[in-house]
Design a protein around this ligand. Structure first.
Ligand code: GAR
Length: 204
């Protein structure tokens, strides 16, 4: 049985698209049970609809605080009976209920613990990497805990930062890596091959 994914997003949904494409090509033993967006009218929702995937909006700005937002968010997620929650450009902090510990994953476009944390997303990350003068960057797939970009690391890969890189050219290189690493991590989860011990994730 393919595992059921709940995909959470706030934007264009290129990460969602990659997951859909991998499933269609038979490279990922999963099904997208539903998509939840924290922003209204984003293109990620269109992508879901186009593929006949149930899509819901739980708008962060529609709630007075983190708690109220998360209560509504988890009502949607639980309705999908998902095995794994996949953050795909999801820009809000999510609570981790005890039964979903190590069942929520995220991809960050840098080598955690560098260039991550609140406000470090998308373009901001690549700009910071270049401005700092780092020679390598990369992508990190990790389990989600209650801090931004912080939970146990599942997979990491590196790419060079070139002298003539702009945030856009570096983003392209990092995103190509993300498109490989994220489905790979989901597949490892689907096969039950990840074991978490404290901060360390062992693959077997
Ligand atoms: C991805 O590059 C992902 O690494 C990044 O947002 C992008 C989502 O793109 N996530 C973070 O920065 C998380 N801290 P998308 O909205 O087109 O899928």
């Amino acid at each position: 049985m393919p595992i059921r994914l709940a995909v959470l997003l706030s934007g264009s949904g290129t990460t969602l698209q990659n997951i859909i494409d991998r499933i269609d090509r038979g490279e990922l033993d999963a099904t997208v049970a539903g998509v939840v967006s924290s922003r209204a009218g984003v293109f990620g929702l269109e992508r879901a609809k186009k593929h006949g995937i149930p899509a819901a909006e739980v708008l962060r700005r529609g709630f007075p605080n983190h708690e109220a937002f998360n209560t509504a968010l988890w009502t949607e997620i639980r309705a999908l009976s998902s095995d794994l929650v996949v953050l795909a450009g999801f820009m809000s902090l999510i609570d981790v209920p005890p039964d979903y510990q190590n069942r929520i994953i995220n991809v960050h476009p840098a080598l955690i613990p560098a260039f991550c944390g609140h406000g470090m997303y998308g373009h901001h990350v690549h700009e910071a990497v270049i401005n700092y003068g780092a020679k390598i960057s990369g992508a990190t797939v990790h389990f989600v805990d209650t801090e931004y970009d912080h939970g146990p690391i599942i997979l990491q890969g590196a790419v060079p930062v070139l002298d003539n890189d702009t945030p856009d050219t570096l983003a392209e290189r990092v995103q190509a890596l993300e498109r490989e690493l994220y489905p790979q991590a989901i597949q490892l989860f689907a096969e039950g091959r990840l074991r978490v011990a404290g901060r360390r994730v062992f693959i077997h």
